[in-house]
Design a protein around this ligand. Structure first.
Ligand SMILES: C[S@@+](CC[C@H](N)C(=O)[O-])C[C@H]1O[C@@H](n2cnc3c(N)ncnc32)[C@H](O)[C@@H]1O
Length: 272
């Protein structure tokens, strides 16, 4: 892996124009493409050698589900989400898909199956929730349900972005990026607590760690970085001067030195 900052290639700009208006699914796919190694590293931490039944809570476009399917080829990977667009993308990839609102707690898996022949049924060997728990209205209830669904020896893995991904390496640009992150935090982006006490209260023993990935500079990394800065440019909490600087940065983005980095916090929990 190339860890050195490099200029993006011209193709980045073309790629961005081609991809047009992006939805959330494009962002999730870019994250998987650019920082997929970090999720693989997360899975290494879990120490689960084999699994037959895996559930991905808030599966999105399937970044985690694909990884889980690759790692446990004999397992049924059941994807849970409440977004029809995500559910369709998951279904197209051949996953067992359950449409459920996680605000209501851990879903009755077989009962709400909308596709595929096989679906995981409790007991579940591995429950995976990546960048999804902070969306849920009642995490304690969901986690208690997950605890009940787990097989003896099963584990729960919760993953969150420790911070928004960083892309810029030049010190002045990196400071601008830091201020963008502060403005985003002021608007509640990626807001989540330390889940340790919540997971413990649901009946788990838990270890918390952090995984950092430095990704190579690829067209996808360039597109992903540009997406973040496009979003930052709309932040109300950004000062006028910083908004101008972000817009100026976006105009000459193909000349910007990148060093894509992402850190994820991982909670690996076992029932007590
Ligand atoms: C940030 S995405 C993470 C997707 C995926 N886990 C990943 O790591 O790429 C959060 C996902 O959780 C889903 N989600 C959010 N709230 C939900 C809820 N109450 N019930 C079910 N799914 C929910 C969203 O639809 C979205 O697909």
């Amino acid at each position: 892996m190339d860890h050195h900052p490099r200029r993006m290639r011209d193709t980045d700009h073309q790629l961005h124009r081609r991809s047009g208006g992006h939805g959330q699914h494009r962002v999730l796919d870019l994250d998987a493409e650019v920082f997929g190694d970090s999720l693989a590293a997360v899975l290494d931490l879990t120490g689960v050698p084999a699994a037959r039944s895996v559930v991905d809570l808030g599966a999105g476009t399937g970044a985690g589900s694909r990884l889980l399917r690759d790692r446990y080829p004999d397992a049924t990977v059941t994807c849970v989400d409440n977004d029809p667009q995500m559910l369709e993308l998951l279904r197209e990839q051949g996953f067992a898909v359950v449409e459920a609102d996680l605000d209501d707690g851990f879903p009755a898996l077989a009962g709400s199956l909308i596709t595929a022949d096989a679906v995981a049924e409790a007991p579940v060997d591995l429950v995976w929730a990546s960048s999804s728990l902070h969306h849920v209205a009642n995490p304690a209830r969901l986690l208690s349900g997950a605890r009940r669904a787990l097989a003896p020896g099963g584990i729960l893995v919760v993953v969150e972005l420790a911070a928004l991904p960083r892309f810029l390496s030049h010190p002045r640009a990196a400071l601008l990026e830091q201020r963008c992150h502060a403005a985003a935090a002021a608007e509640g982006w990626n807001h989540h607590p330390n889940w340790t006490p919540v997971i413990e209260a649901a009946g788990f023993g838990v270890t918390r760690s952090e995984v950092t990935t430095i990704a190579p500079v690829t067209p996808a990394a360039g597109e992903y970085a540009r997406q973040w800065f496009s979003r930052f440019s709309h932040l109300a909490a950004l000062t006028g001067a910083d908004r101008d600087a972000v817009e100026e940065l976006l105009e000459r983005f193909s000349d910007i030195e990148l060093e894509p980095r992402a850190s994820r916090t991982v909670w690996v929990a076992t029932p007590e």
